[in-house]
Unconditional design. Structure first.
Length: 113
């Protein structure tokens, strides 16, 4: 099993969510987060004054899937989250040792369905 964590722009969330649902992966966890990457924020203007915003709003989308589905999910996120600009985000993939559905106590791949 794989855990896929994607840090994306907030305005791309609905595109990513809809694309994942169309691909057959409706089970996601969404968290509003803040941070910055290499760009270290951005310069904005307010009332004629420039100021630097170091921490930017982002959204983290988490999905746990079987090994076979991981690449499809990654490609779906890449296609739906990309704007081609700096700050589009990152995708992290890690191994999951176990998954357990609390209600039924099913384990492994059966707990994901």
């Amino acid at each position: 099993m794989k855990k896929i964590e994607a840090i994306i722009r907030p305005e791309k969330l609905e595109d990513v969510r809809a694309a994942l649902e169309r691909s057959g992966y409706p089970g996601i966890t969404i968290t509003e987060i803040e941070g910055h990457g290499l760009q270290k924020g951005m310069i904005q203007q307010w009332r004629g004054e420039e100021y630097r915003v170091d921490i930017l709003p982002k959204v983290k989308v988490e999905i746990v899937s079987g090994d076979q589905e991981a690449e499809t999910i990654i490609q779906t996120i890449l296609e739906s989250a990309s704007t081609g600009g700096v700050g589009d985000g990152k995708i992290f993939v890690s191994d999951i040792a176990e998954a357990i559905r609390i209600r039924t106590r099913e384990r492994g791949q059966r707990a994901l369905a």
